[in-house]
Design a protein around this ligand. Structure first.
Ligand code: ADP
Ligand code: MG
Length: 729
């Protein structure tokens, strides 16, 4: 039961009228700059009339018939029309309003525990009420608790359509929504833009009857088909939504084809940086890496900006592929920027790339929140003068002050951690160089940098098509050879002692261990306290193990999100150089950290992590030739979902298999938020069940853009309206 009184329909209608009138009320009395009050619709994300029209019911109420009181059945919601014979406020600790009503067939009691002071008057004896509620057997016959009711006119007609119930938010009434949606629909241009043949082929109704069916179905329609969304009208809506998404992506792709970039052809000579890097690498590229490198090299050689996603499981070796893309850009005389989401990851990339490239004479600079002002000024100057050929940094790289002289290639690592806006501003950096502005002055096209995005969250095929339809994708499907799969075991935290014993054993044998503490209830403070307690506990447990004398205790390190970046880097470096044997960390180590000598990962409260996060964490071990293990500690009781996650993780080490499982367990909405894709989340279609519609929508999008561009534009406008610019990112 809601804890606040339900408003009678009349009051709700008044509220709705007031809400609608508000923005235009006395414009002169309001200073110009004051923002308009947010309307209830805006709180639901509804702006245009089409937004309202596409706000679709969750379910329906049948109010088309009046049921005689004598015919009411317990638990079956019904509409009754009856006269008040008695209305009284019953006292006691908890006041309640009791209204006794009567029709020709019998009596019914209405009970309200929350009510406004004027209700007893409004529902006074003799008033005719139209009441809707769920009857139950009370002490004195049938009763309804908190029914919706209003004073009815004797000749008030019955609705001839089912009453829609819309998704709403606190403080937004159904009555307001119904009215707003009805008036939006009345203004709507519902001309059909899709070709009849296309609709006929898929047995889809036209858009006008689709909206009519969904907002105001006639009573004989199958409620089941409407509510489980299998009805053709629902199919049409899902198809249209997917079509809009596919159109937007095809368009973004077409638009990109008109952009210019500097072609940076691969240099194969023995003196080329690319060649020399390949020569100094301590390993040979796997076939997968080779084909990714070739795909990227071909893109970089073209005059259109590359827009490519390099996906590969954790540890699959994406960094070297990125480094080879960078050398190709540098060989051609351009700068390359590499952006990573965390300070730790940046310093690690920096270490690895500088190890590889500095001896070859490449000037690598870095930009991060962690550096001193002088270091930063030097890095900025190096980027602006083209002295720095490679600039590695966190999102500091895309800040306003950063200018590049000749940015040819931008690489985004762990791209799902960045938003669309950040990707956009990185691309804009390409147009800043002096040469580029000169080019603009001379009427030459503006050149954009090539963009390479990397992700260790592999995406199942359907999802990739839906979300990255406009991207080219290169995949590293197999890990480099010589890795032994990580043995994963699941333990109740009742066996924590056994786990600690295993840690001691490994550390004594000279191995390295990660111990991950989870985020507690999103609270960084608790999170930290927890990690510190574990740190103290493990320090005590490991005292004297694997080392004698001085420094034995300091073999345990602590890493958490609140530490200054420089200190984090120091701890990471100590762990990488094996001075620290056990690293207690919060999830700051989730992405990309590479310490091949670590062979055990313990994850505490593993039940609190998501599947892909656990997989990413586990990917920190098993990077060398030594057999590695991952121990997942959980505290009982386990929810069914958490159990399924831990089992999936124990049974598979393949990121693609796990991503598919993740999709099944929690659906695509969470797997890929709007943040990653830049696409508005799908509201109606479901990527798991509507695969066939998605494929049809993609074909239709390609067909429409080729044969009926105006229809494509109309469709996009309806569905995405003002959000279109965003999609071009
Ligand atoms: P990720 O794809 O998760 O970013 P990294 O690029 O960090 O993975 O690579 C993981 C580890 O594998 C690194 O230590 C890297 O040097 C090593 N590596 C990369 N490619 C190969 C290869 N072809 N053979 C052997 N080791 C490789
Ligand atoms: Mg990486």
């Amino acid at each position: 039961m809601p804890s606040r009184p339900r408003r009678p329909a009349a009051a709700a209608a008044k509220m709705a009228a007031a809400a609608e009138a508000a923005p235009s009320a006395s414009p002169a009395s309001r200073p110009k700059l004051e923002p308009k009050p947010t309307s209830p619709g805006e709180r639901l994300g509804l702006r245009s009339d089409w937004d309202y029209a596409l706000h679709l019911p969750l379910h329906y109420i049948d109010e088309t018939r009046i049921t005689a009181i004598a015919a009411l059945r317990e638990g079956h919601a019904a509409v009754v029309q009856a006269r008040v014979v008695l209305a009284e406020v019953a006292g006691g600790a908890r006041k309640q309003l009791r209204v006794q009503v009567e029709d020709a067939s019998g009596q019914l009691e209405l009970r309200f525990f929350h009510f406004y002071a004027n209700w007893p008057r409004q529902y006074a004896t003799g008033k005719l009420l139209r009441i809707r509620g769920e009857p139950r057997a009370g002490l004195f016959g049938m009763e309804m608790v908190h029914p919706t009711c209003h004073v009815a006119r004797p000749d008030e007609p019955m609705p001839d359509r089912l009453t829609p119930v819309y998704p709403a938010a606190a403080g937004i009434s159904q009555a307001w929504l119904r009215k707003a949606i009805t008036s939006a629909r009345a203004r709507l241009d519902v001309r059909e833009w899709l070709p009849a043949a296309l609709l006929a082929q898929r047995h889809l109704p036209d858009i006008a009857s689709t909206l009519d069916m969904l907002h105001a179905p006639t009573p004989e329609v199958s409620l089941a088909a409407l509510e489980d969304r299998s009805h053709p009208a629902w199919q049409r809506v899902k198809f249209d939504e997917l079509l809009a998404q596919q159109l937007a992506q095809q368009q973004a792709r077409a638009k990109r084809a008109t952009l210019r970039a500097w072609p940076m052809a691969a240099q194969a000579g023995v003196q080329s940086l690319t060649r020399r890097l390949l020569d100094v690498l301590p390993f040979t590229l796997t076939p997968d890496q080779q084909s990714c490198v070739a795909e990227i090299a071909a893109d970089l050689g073209r005059g259109q900006p590359m827009h490519r996603l390099l996906q590969g499981d954790v540890g699959s070796g994406k960094t070297v592929v990125a480094a080879l893309a960078a050398t190709q850009a540098i060989d051609a005389g351009f700068q390359c920027a590499l952006m990573a989401p965390t300070d730790i990851l940046v310093s690690q990339h920096l270490r690895k790339l500088a190890d590889w490239l500095a001896p070859l004479g490449v000037h690598v600079a870095w930009l991060s929140g962690a550096q001193t002002r002088r270091e930063r000024a030097a890095a900025l100057a190096a980027a602006a003068s083209a002295a720095a050929q490679l600039v590695v940094g966190t999102h500091a790289v895309i800040q306003d002050k950063v200018r590049f002289a000749r940015l040819g290639l931008a690489i985004v690592d762990e791209q799902h951690r960045f938003g669309v806006a950040q990707r956009l501003s990185l691309r804009a950096k390409g147009a800043q160089g002096t040469e580029v502005s000169d080019a603009a002055n001379t009427g030459q096209p503006v050149r954009e940098p090539h963009l390479l995005m990397m992700s260790a969250t592999p995406i199942p095929r359907t999802l990739a098509m839906a979300v990255f339809g406009d991207l080219d994708v290169s995949t590293i499907a197999h890990l480099p050879p010589g890795r032994s799969p990580v043995q994963t075991r699941v333990f109740s935290d009742a066996r924590r002692d056994a786990v600690i014993a295993r840690v001691r054993e490994l550390v004594a044998a000279g191995r390295q261990v990660y111990w991950v503490c989870p985020l507690v209830e999103e609270s960084e403070v608790l999170d930290l306290r927890n990690a510190e307690a574990t740190y103290a506990e493990l320090q005590a447990a490991l005292a004297g193990v694997g080392a004698t004398g001085e420094g034995a205790d300091s073999r345990v390190g602590l890493l958490h999100g609140r530490m200054p970046a420089a200190q984090k880097a120091l701890v990471m470096a100590d762990f990488a150089s094996a001075r620290l044997r056990l690293l207690v960390a919060t999830t700051v180590i989730e992405v990309g950290v590479d310490v091949p000598a670590a062979t055990l990962m313990v994850i505490e409260h593993a039940e609190r992590f998501g599947l892909s996060q656990l997989h990413q964490l586990r990917g920190r071990v098993g990077r060398g030739a030594e057999a590695s293990e991952c121990l997942l500690l959980f505290s009982a009781p386990l929810s069914e979902l958490a159990r399924a996650r831990l089992q999936a993780l124990r049974d598979s080490g393949d990121g693609f298999v796990l991503a598919q499982k993740d999709l099944e367990l929690r659906g695509p909405g969470e797997l890929l938020g709007q943040r990653q894709s830049g696409l508005p989340a799908l509201r109606h279609a479901d990527l798991q069940t509507d695969t066939e519609l998605l494929e049809a929508a993609r074909d239709a999008a390609i067909w429409l853009l080729r044969h009926d561009p105006p229809a494509a534009q109309q469709h996009l406008q309806r569905w995405l309206g003002g959000r279109l610019d965003w999609l071009a990112a």
